[in-house]
Design a protein around this ligand. Structure first.
Ligand code: LLP
Length: 425
């Protein structure tokens, strides 16, 4: 999956394109994605899941560039969305509405209405209040809403606390004890079609045991609902499959598929997974240039031109993204770790210390790898830095798939509107 990045003749190629050539053409920093890696990730997952009849919906939040979505849509991949904006992107990428799942804890009434109008596959409802909103929207449209209830199974995904989503105190899902009552209530409503259950325990999950625990709990609930006379046709197993690195091998796909088969495989359910990171995380890199070097208290600091606004994961989750130098490392590579920091006026604008980079110099190019998921999608314009370009590589060619917006565009949106008086009512 990382094999799209190779070091050859002293430089790093993305597929057949030297990343330094892209940097020369469009400047740094930028995100580069490999079409080949996106496709082969999907193919690998499909290969283990299709024998089980499990369909795949890409979690759009991980990488929502419409060109990336189009790569997956062309392979028959569905989409898991969490907003009206993501719905528009999934549809623009050519995803059939019947392959789109609407997740999220705070869908607004206009978003629900738009989803029902578009004819999405299902709405994953996370509370009694949201079920009411979906019912009301469906009634107004004269439609029947396809509903699945997202359960909070009280499972610890054993990942970073900020991306754990299924412990009892989490804001996500419906407490297991409330599910039977709500499912039964929904089943009495003509405007709701109660189709099944969903779960999502967290992200970057490297251990399969929490998945098994959650899915086994869901299987138990499905049996209970059926015993009470309800029809349960679908089970959405969520995303969360983590990607490994040199220190932690990722979970193997065969084991993942086996966990599905052994926990929920015998229930005659239409099964879905919603992976984001696994499909695109390793297929992207953030390319940056060293601006300055300066001595720090514990070794050198390299100030690079990418920052926390471009890749927020280190600042937010202490995440580490393995770094490649685009030149052959100089000097003793293991001599001293080098701390890579960005130009933003915050101490958390720090990518961490990296060993093995050799002696760096201004104008050196570096690539943060495993940056294809939750990189560009979480970026901001903090410090009035522009959103950076995204590039898709395919074989010996590359193309820009998101242009720089430019500060002019930002300033134009800040043109003041007319003063509005609050009026007399
Ligand atoms: N399904 C639901 C309902 C989700 O909330 C998520 C992610 C996924 C699927 C996809 O999870 P994945 O397969 O990508 O792990 N910004 C964080 C990750 C947040 C994940 C939020 N929900 C990060 O950069 O690590």
């Amino acid at each position: 999956p990382d094999s799209w990045l190779t070091r050859r003749e002293g430089t790093v190629y993305a597929e057949e394109v030297p990343l330094a050539v892209v940097a020369g053409a469009i400047g740094t920093p930028f995100y580069a994605y490999s079409a080949l890696a996106l496709r082969s990730n999907y193919a690998a997952l499909e290969q283990v899941l299709s024998p089980l009849g499990v369909s795949i919906c890409f979690a759009v939040k991980a990488n929502s560039n419409v060109n990336v979505l189009a790569e997956f849509a062309a392979l028959g991949c569905g989409m898991d969305i969490v907003s009206g904006g993501e719905m528009a992107r999934a549809l623009a990428a050519g995803t059939p509405p019947g392959r789109i799942i609407f997740s999220g804890v705070g869908k607004t009434r206009p978003e629900i209405t738009a989803a029902l109008r578009a004819g999405l596959h299902q709405i994953n409802v996370e509370s009694a209040a949201e079920l009411e909103a979906v019912a009301a929207a469906a009634r107004d449209l004269g439609l029947r809403a396809p509903v699945v209830l997202r359960v909070n199974p009280d499972v610890d995904a054993k990942t970073h606390a900020k991306i754990t989503t299924a412990r009892r105190d989490s804001k996500f899902g419906i407490a297991a004890t409330d599910v039977p009552g709500l499912y039964a209530a929904g089943a009495t409503r003509p405007e709701l079609e109660m189709l099944g259950l969903a779960v999502h325990i967290g992200s970057q999950v490297l251990d399969l045991a929490p998945f098994r625990q959650a899915w086994a709990a869901l299987a138990q609930m499905v049996r209970g609902l059926r015993a009470a006379g309800h029809s349960v046709a679908r089970l959405d197993l969520g995303g969360g499959l983590g990607i490994g690195d040199a220190d932690h091998p990722g979970p193997d796909l065969v084991g993942y598929a086996r966990a599905i088969r052994e926990t929920v495989g015998d229930l005659d359910l239409a099964l879905t997974v919603e992976p984001g990171r696994w499909l695109c995380g390793r297929a992207g890199a953030l390319v940056t240039e060293v601006v300055y070097l300066k001595p720090g208290a514990h070794g050198d600091l390299a100030i690079v031109d990418a920052a926390m606004n471009d890749l927020m994961r280190p600042a937010l989750y202490e995440a580490r993204h393995p770094v490649l130098t685009l030149h052959p490392p100089r000097g003793a590579v293991d001599a001293q770790p080098c701390r890579l920091v960005g130009p933003i006026c915050e101490s958390s604008d720090d990518f961490g210390s990296y060993q093995g980079l050799g002696r760096l110099a201004p104008a050196d190019l570096l690539a943060f790898t495993h940056a294809g998921a939750y990189g560009a999608t979480m970026s901001s314009t903090y410090n009035s830095r522009d959103l950076i370009p995204e590039v898709l590589v395919m074989g010996e060619r590359f193309r820009v798939i998101r242009a720089r917006a430019g500060i002019e565009t930002a300033l134009r949106l800040e043109t003041p509107g007319a003063w509005q008086s609050i009026g007399e009512g």
